[in-house]
Design a protein around this ligand. Structure first.
Ligand code: F6P
Length: 368
């Protein structure tokens, strides 16, 4: 019996994460081993609407990319085909639905399936396209680790390693100058990166969106550090951290309303540093680690997870299992419905082992 030849497409959407290239390589090698052709769509879905925006992916094009950060296909968080920004002649931007054109392009190019690698937003797009009849398999990606259907996403542990290293380095200056150092980490509305890196790097205070903080409690902990000996303090704040009864802090300069993107969180570190200095009188500095958390080579764990996800995605296409996403449910990588995968965000459980560990070793969440 001869195997059925397929032509499949792959794209990467949303923010980049270490491990994207490893997924692409695993997809291309697994699929070409089945005799299939693989095409890469550049910058999310954008490439479908551009000349030269869809490229052949072969063994040669994916050679030596497993360890590389970023994505050889490029990505965007402005490329939602269901809500596509189009500039009119008067300069205003309208959001239009181009999803039918996506399906039409797949038919025109005789593509049998799409492997869509992305986070929450990109997987919601994949789920909507799947509902409209596009044969899609999703691959979860985000440094934020906030997708509930998979135990972990690739990129997360690399971001944690980068953040842990950075916080470790801040200890030197904090101690040498007797300062409070506040470091703002990514994670959107989930505190996973801040919690993991904060505990691993022994921060004194970790502020996460799941546990709203009280400024009084936070400053009391800082004062205690000065009164009882160490004479410095490290505060790790997730970008989504918020005061009890307060709201999230957003970046001022964000064009999101024009482009269909979500508003960008940011600024909590600087705000806290000002408040801490005012209230405690201790010299305080803040730092935003920002996109350094998304850059660089994936650590071995993320490379392996990404390769496993890419290989599993091709198996699902082979088996005709569409409208689903690969997920890590140890010890296996298996398929979950895309609708389930995008139904809810995974937040840090308040009674979880890592929160308890942090409290047991004297780390404050600024709540008591
Ligand atoms: O979702 C990944 C992430 O890095 C978030 O942690 C952060 O809020 C956001 O993307 C930043 O997006 P951008 O790259 O558009 O600044």
């Amino acid at each position: 019996m001869t195997a059925i030849q397929k032509a499949i497409a792959i794209n990467t959407g949303g923010g980049d994460a270490p491990g994207l290239n490893a997924v692409i390589r695993a997809v291309v090698l697994s699929a070409t081993n089945l005799g299939w052709s693989v095409y890469g769509i550049r910058r999310g879905y954008q490439g479908l609407f551009e000349e030269d925006g869809v490229v052949d992916l072969t063994r040669d094009t994916v050679r030596g990319i497993t360890h590389l950060g970023g994505t050889i296909l490029g990505t965007t968080n402005r490329g939602n085909p269901l809500s596509w920004p189009v500039e009119s002649e008067d300069g205003t931007v309208q959001l239009v639905d181009r999803s039918d054109e996506v399906l039409e392009e797949f038919r025109r190019r005789e593509l049998d399936a799409l492997i869509a690698i992305g986070g929450d937003g990109s997987l919601q797009i994949a789920a909507a396209l799947s509902e409209k009849g596009l044969p899609v398999v999703g691959v979860p990606k985000t440094i934020d680790n906030d997708l509930a259907a998979t135990q972990v996403t690739f990129g997360f542990h690399t971001a944690v390693a980068t953040a842990t290293d950075a916080i470790g380095r801040l200890h030197s200056t904090a101690e040498a100058h007797g300062r409070v150092m506040v470091v703002e980490l990514m994670g959107r509305t989930a505190g996973w990166i801040a919690l993991y890196a904060g505990v691993a790097a022994t921060a004194d205070i970790i502020l996460i969106p799941e546990i709203p903080y009280h400024l009084d409690a936070l400053c009391a902990k800082i004062n205690e550090r000065y009164e009882t000996g160490p004479g410095f303090a490290i505060v790790v704040a997730a970008e989504g951290a918020l005061e009890a009864g307060g709201s999230h802090t957003f970046l001022e300069h964000s064009e999101h309303s024009q482009t269909g993107e979500s508003a960008r969180l940011g600024g909590i570190g600087e705000k806290l540093a000002r408040q801490i200095a005012e209230r405690t009188g201790h010299e305080t500095r803040s730092l935003v680690l920002g996109h350094l958390q998304r850059g660089g080579e994936p650590i071995a764990y993320d490379r392996l997870l990404a390769l496993r996800f890419g290989s599993a995605a091709v198996e699902l296409v082979r088996d005709g299992c569409f409208g689903c996403m690969v997920a890590l449910r140890p010890p296996e990588v298996l398929a979950v419905p895309l609708s389930e995968a995008v139904a809810k965000i995974k937040l840090v459980p308040l009674d979880g082992d890592l929160v308890r560990t942090a409290r047991n070793i004297g780390i404050s969440f600024g709540d008591e």
